[in-house]
Design a protein around this ligand. Structure first.
Ligand code: GLC
Length: 658
């Protein structure tokens, strides 16, 4: 069969018998041009689809049948796609770098905590637009398990919305209203596990072999004990161990996270088909970005920590090809909180450069921000981020300083040692600092899942409370309050200026503090991550334009940074962020090299003013520094750059400003 895109002979031989079936299916109800568009995309991306699934399922006798079922399933969902969304996908094909664009601003919300539910969000779209949001991550909103459900990450039904929040029609209505305002909806795809009250688990418990095979189960502790030797524990305090005994089945089930979250068996191609169908079903309701939750964990291998196995990337590559063929407007974001070298595989390395996920969380940037803030020393951050491998040019980071999860001190011993620091001691210092136990700490946070075996103490808390606002307010200390606000603005400037989609976490734009009420709720009491998941305070939001209020100082500060970001082509994610050693311990600097003039982002991590001399900038052709944020130019006679406490400057050469 002749395709316009070169295929390997194996891929070609597999596609040949499938193509006519796709043609027949689509010809029945679609105009020829829409049928042909699918066929062209199938030809273009079939090799990636084939390679991805072949790496995982190619050894099976039924591989050919599987591939045919997969492609026909995709064609079926393409048929089911509403016309306006097919148009949307066509638009994304002519703007494939939309998610790398400097106009992208992300915002993360809990539908109930933000606005009562999906419909409520519709009435707050103007608030999001006022801030400049273009990407809305709605925390898990699909029907979760009854009772405790890990913040919705234990999904009972992927085709129903949590009834408290609305229904599938409300989801469709919301996505269409958001699209009209230039905002894309991001949904979690919980891909590693399902809730123990999902239909598949019921059927497995009832002894249906088809569904027993959806999970990873063992008749006794023999293999689980062997696996446990190298497996870490994600929630050592509340859910120790990685296996749970299910009396009805008389078997041990793999449960990496909580006992009520059953890990799926991705070795079974039926799981791939199920998730392909779920993704395309949700895409047809208007979801445009899928956050691949806990993606690192989906493949297990004896003798390893069962994270980052090569099959994980093959599966993601295949899912990406499914999307490129069927619904090219959708993209994937990897939630892989792993070391830098492992992380790069989620965006693609070698042959698969740029062919895996489109986005990945930049956990290190977040960790280094809090580390430098506590130590007032940017050298470790400079060291760690300058060693970070370069990402593929068609991908972007999701950059953030806070999200719904805890902060784990992912600081390598090697990076710490290169400064003569002890990694363990520094991590211990950070836990003490951010739990508020270190002398003169400005932070108020909580220790999450202390692990006595490893010494790990992760941290919960909102941006504002960790940055000093809670203590400043409690002490009615104006100076402390001002410094906290500057820290909050510094962190956001950092993520707005770094490379990728900056994510704002709900309430951070108003300085929302820790919410201690979680301990009264039996479903949340054991999980202090609820400390930083407060309800949106709309009273605070009303004060966002009252000059001089804390809310307005933060909100307007962020809005201005966002406005400047959107006019700065150097901040497109195709332009790398290159870390430069400023030679100054308190200052973090990086460059965004660009033909229209280099941009140098400069951040002061200390509460004292600092001064930089021109030679740092001359090297990068910024002879007379002009700050895009304050619109100030350095003095022409000394060309010195002065930074106020926690200042952030986005410098270009004055001559490049019109
Ligand atoms: C991800 C989520 C986290 C959840 C876990 C298990 O890491 O961000 O909140 O607990 O997955 O689903």
């Amino acid at each position: 069969m002749a395709t316009f895109y070169p295929l390997s002979s194996e891929a070609d031989a597999h596609l040949a018998p499938i193509e006519p079936k796709v043609f027949d299916l689509l010809s029945k109800s679609l105009p020829a041009h829409q049928r042909d568009l699918f066929s062209l995309r199938l030809q273009r991306h079939f090799q990636d689809l084939y390679d991805g699934v072949h790496a995982v399922y190619g050894h099976r006798d039924d591989f050919g049948d599987f591939l045919e079922r997969l492609v026909l399933l995709m064609a079926g969902q393409y048929l089911a796609c509403p016309e306006n969304l097919r148009q949307r996908h066509a638009e994304s094909m002519i703007w494939p770098d939309w998610f790398q664009h400097e106009s992208m601003i992300g915002y993360i919300v809990y539908a109930d905590r933000f606005a009562g539910g999906l419909q409520g969000i519709e009435s707050h779209i103007d608030y999001l637009s006022e801030l400049g949001v273009t990407y809305l991550h709605l925390m898990p909103f699909l029907k979760p398990r009854a009772g405790e459900n890990d913040g919705g990450y234990a999904v009972a039904n992927y085709r129903q919305v949590e009834p408290r929040l609305g229904d599938i029609d409300a989801l469709e209505s919301l996505t269409s209203k958001l699209r009209a305002k230039g905002i894309r909806l991001v949904a979690d795809l919980v891909i590693n596990h399902v809730a123990d009250d999902h239909d598949w688990t019921f059927r497995a418990r009832n002894g249906e072999q088809r569904y027993i095979d959806y999970f990873i189960t063992f008749p006794d502790r023999n293999l689980p004990d062997q696996y446990e030797r190298t497996l870490p524990e994600v929630f050592p305090v509340t859910a120790p161990g990685n296996f749970t005994f299910i009396p009805e089945m008389s078997r041990w089930v793999w449960t990496t996270f909580n006992q009520y979250q059953w890990d799926l068996n991705w070795q079974n191609p039926e799981i791939f088909l199920e998730f392909t169908d779920i993704i395309l079903f949700l895409a047809n309701k208007g979801v445009e970005v899928f956050r691949l939750d806990a993606i690192a964990f989906i493949w297990k291998r004896m003798g390893t920590d069962c994270q980052n196995e090569p099959e994980v990337h093959s599966i993601t590559r295949a899912l990406r090809a499914v999307a490129r063929i069927t619904a090219p407007g959708i993209i994937f974001k990897a939630e892989a909180i792993v070391g830098p070298h492992q992380l790069m595989h989620y965006l693609g390395t070698g042959r698969y450069y740029g062919k895996v996920s489109d986005l990945a969380y930049h956990n290190s940037l977040m960790v280094q921000f809090w580390s430098s803030l506590a130590s007032r020393d940017a050298r470790l951050m400079t060291r760690a981020l300058s060693r970070f491998p370069t990402k593929p040019s068609n991908t972007a980071w999701a950059s953030y300083i806070r999200c719904h999860d805890d902060i784990g001190w992912a600081i390598s011993d090697e990076d710490a040692a290169s400064l003569g620091w002890d990694g363990f001691a520094h991590r211990k210092f950070l836990s003490e600092f951010y739990s508020g136990n270190f002398p003169f700490s400005f932070a108020r946070g909580g220790v999450f899942q202390e692990n006595p075996q490893t010494g790990d103490r992760r941290i919960s808390g909102t941006t504002a409370s960790l940055a000093g606002l809670e203590i400043g307010l409690a002490n009615k200390d104006e100076k402390a309050i001002s410094l906290a606000i500057e820290r909050i603005l510094l962190g956001h400037a950092l993520v707005f200026g770094y490379d990728g989609i900056p994510l704002l976490y709900m309430g951070d734009e108003l300085g929302c503090l820790n919410d201690y009420s979680f301990s009264q709720d039996p479903d949340h009491a054991l999980d202090n991550r609820w400390l930083h998941r407060p309800k949106m305070d709309w009273k605070k939001a009303e004060r966002r334009n009252d000059t001089g209020s804390i809310e307005s100082r933060i909100f307007r500060g962020l809005r201005e940074l966002i406005r400047v970001r959107k006019q700065t082509p150097q901040l497109h994610a195709q332009v790398p962020a290159i870390v430069i050693d400023s030679g100054h311990p308190h200052i973090f600097t990086h460059l965004r090299p660009h033909p229209s003039g280099n941009l140098m982002c400069v951040y002061n991590f200390s509460e004292f003013p600092q001064t930089l001399t021109p030679h740092l900038f001359d090297t990068y052709h910024i002879f007379l520094p002009y700050d895009l944020i304050t619109k100030r130019t350095a003095n022409a006679w000394d060309r010195l750059v002065h930074l106020a406490p926690y200042d952030r400057l986005w410098l270009v050469d004055a001559s490049s400003v019109g």
